[in-house]
Design a binder for this molecule. Structure first.
Ligand SMILES: Nc1ncnc2c1ncn2[C@@H]1O[C@H](COP(=O)(O)OP(=O)(O)OP(=O)(O)O)[C@@H](O)[C@H]1O
Ligand SMILES: [Mg+2]
Length: 266
């Protein structure tokens, strides 16, 4: 297996996506997508329903093998690894430790029949923590950071509200100090009032932890609040990319202009 070593400088990307395409038989999921993501950078992927956002996110987070193209990740030891050349076990380890994945539906990212504390603690055990007291106190700390009271630690997530479940899913993902988090419509299933608080919380955590993140959303307000940079997708392709404020305030492509103006009319 070939491994290239990069300099550990902070101006080195964390993730390199090159010409990723995924087709489902004759149907295009995403096509020829390339970009780089830097440490601490939050990238929003926007576009209408069916434009290929989830397909792309799954391809670059090792959940769905692309039809062609490559995804490379800079590991903590600064070696570059190609995602789909790793073994299944290595990829799974990466997902459990250095990466997070926040699903739109919290039930997909939580174990609904074990306690909130165990949901958070499990991820710590995956990185080798075996000390029950440490695990429990870190879990309590993280529940607090996502505004879940310590008295709920032994409750199962199915006894939580939608917003609480989503906050628990976030705690479960962030407890191992991942460097990169993927999120697919993280506020999608929630009430507007709950969305606003969750977004505030997410924005604070991402900034505090210096996390890199890729956030899929069809909600431009989410992109505005969370992201530094945006990619606009249409029919599986990236049609516009740029700093978030630039894309939203001065969209260049006619399609992006339509997207922005239709949201403004809501
Ligand atoms: N498992 C699948 N089998 C066949 N076609 C699929 C599959 N998943 C997605 N597609 C197709 O790929 C295209 C992109 O779908 P995708 O789910 O990536 O869009 P999206 O931008 O995430 O949409 P949404 O905002 O509705 O979640 C669509 O045409 C969709 O029908
Ligand atoms: Mg989707």
């Amino acid at each position: 297996m070939s491994v290239t070593v990069s300099s550990p400088a902070d101006d080195t990307p964390l993730l390199r996506v090159s010409s990723v395409s995924k087709s489902y038989g004759a149907r295009t999921g995403c096509e020829d997508v390339s970009f780089e993501l830097w440490p601490g950078e939050v990238l929003a992927v926007v576009g209408e329903s069916g434009s290929g956002k989830t397909t792309l996110l799954n391809c670059i987070s090792s959940r769905l093998m692309p039809t062609s193209g490559t995804v490379s990740y800079r590991m903590r030891d600064h070696t570059w690894r190609e995602l789909y050349r790793m073994s299944e076990a290595e990829r799974r380890f990466l997902m459990r430790t250095d990466w997070g994945f926040v699903h739109q539906n919290p039930a997909d990212g939580l174990r609904m029949t074990v306690s909130a504390g165990a949901n958070v603690g499990e991820r710590l055990m995956a990185v080798g923590d075996r000390h029950y007291g440490n695990i429990r106190s870190t879990a309590i700390d993280w529940l607090g950071r996502v505004e879940i009271g310590a008295d709920r630690i032994d409750d199962e997530p199915r006894a939580f509200s939608g917003g609480m479940r989503q906050r628990l899913q976030i705690a479960r993902n962030l407890v191992t100090s991942p460097r990169l988090v993927f999120m697919d419509e993280p506020t999608g299933g929630l009430d507007v009032s709950v969305q606003a608080r969750l977004l505030d919380l997410l924005r604070g955590l991402v900034a505090d932890l210096g996390l890199a993140a890729i956030v899929v959303t069809h909600d431009l307000a989410v992109a505005r609040l969370l992201s530094h940079r945006m990619m606009v997708m249409k029919d599986g392709r990236v049609i516009e990319t740029g700093l978030t404020d630039r894309v939203l305030d001065d969209p260049r492509e006619a399609y992006t202009q339509l997207l922005v103006s239709s949201i403004l009319q809501v």
